[in-house]
Design a protein around this ligand. Structure first.
Ligand SMILES: [Zn+2]
Length: 296
């Protein structure tokens, strides 16, 4: 026994260092960010995978098992992934550290009035689709960094260096994406869901209406009729659509009005080749610029 303990003391630290830190995230975009910051010291997995709606997730027992084994959970926050709390509670993991990636993000569309059910799926903490602005990656990364350091303080310097290098890379790419959309500053578009206020602010696009009459409510014939009239007016240059929605109604609207439909992924992994955050913004800005440029 004594011998074993001595052996453990001897090899303990190196074994501990080799053991990966386990992180579960709600969305793949945060898993990508965790990988960028944690490097080889983390193993991370997202609950949502692929081209899915982030607002609603079917709770599978396997999610609780995953989170039961995890060191850290990264939530989107702002009430978007309320389902994450059910997974966390169900995991019965007393030592789990939970991080809210929205903590340091400057929030948009925070209601100044009392929200009730008549507003549809409106979030009381503001619009939660902040990850569609690459300019918020620093703030998201700081929250994740703090969580990783709580689990493994000894690696703080490595995590800090990784985060800084990653943000630098994103910021450099952001200049290119902004240049790509700069010719379309002030351009009016409509979107399917209200996923775009952060993106629109960053890139100077104006989202003037939505296919959903209220957030989370499917388009109604009356609303589509009103949108058709609006699009025929010629001011709106594109219909921006999150790729997880059924595109039959937007296609029809595009055909009858001649306004191009731009179907884009809003999550890492939601389209072929969109394997990280850089690829996601590359895909969105390219699709939008191509549609708005009308082939120029
Ligand atoms: Zn939403």
């Amino acid at each position: 026994m004594k011998k074993l303990l001595a052996l453990a003391a001897l090899i303990g630290p190196s074994l501990l260092a080799a053991e990966p830190l386990r992180v579960v995230t709600s969305i793949p975009d945060h898993a990508a960010l965790v990988r960028a910051i944690g490097g080889g010291e983390v193993e991370t997995e997202s609950i949502i995978k692929g081209n899915r709606d982030v607002h609603a997730v079917e709770l599978l027992p396997s999610f609780m098992v995953k989170v039961g084994r995890a060191d850290l959970y990264v939530k989107v926050g702002m009430d978007l992934d309320l389902w994450a709390q059910s997974i966390i509670d169900g995991s019965r993991n007393g030592k789990l550290i939970v991080v809210d990636a929205s903590a340091g993000v400057e929030k948009l569309e925070v209601p100044t009035f009392k929200v009730d059910a008549s507003y549809g799926d409106l979030h009381i903490y503001g619009n939660p689709h902040y990850w569609l602005d690459p300019g918020t990656i620093r703030a998201q990364g700081e929250a994740i960094f703090a969580g990783l350091v709580r689990v493994r303080p000894a690696s703080a310097a490595t995590f800090r260096a990784n985060l800084d290098a990653y943000v630098q890379k994103v910021d450099a790419a952001l200049k290119g994406w902004q240049a790509r959309l700069a010719p379309f500053a002030g351009t009016q578009v409509i979107s399917f869901h209200t996923s775009w206020p952060y993106f629109a602010q960053r890139f100077g696009i104006q989202v003037v209406d939505f296919m959903e009459p209220k957030p989370g409510v499917s388009p109604t014939p009356t609303h589509i009729a009103a949108l058709t009239e609006r699009l025929k007016g010629g001011q709106v240059k594109a219909i921006l659509m999150e790729s997880y929605f059924d595109d039959r109604v937007p296609q029809m609207l595009s055909r009858t009005t001649g306004v191009p439909l731009v179907k884009v992924p809003v999550l890492v992994g939601a389209a072929p080749g969109v394997d990280d955050q850089l690829a996601l913004f590359e895909a969105i800005t390219t699709s939008l610029a191509t549609a708005l440029g009308g082939g120029h």
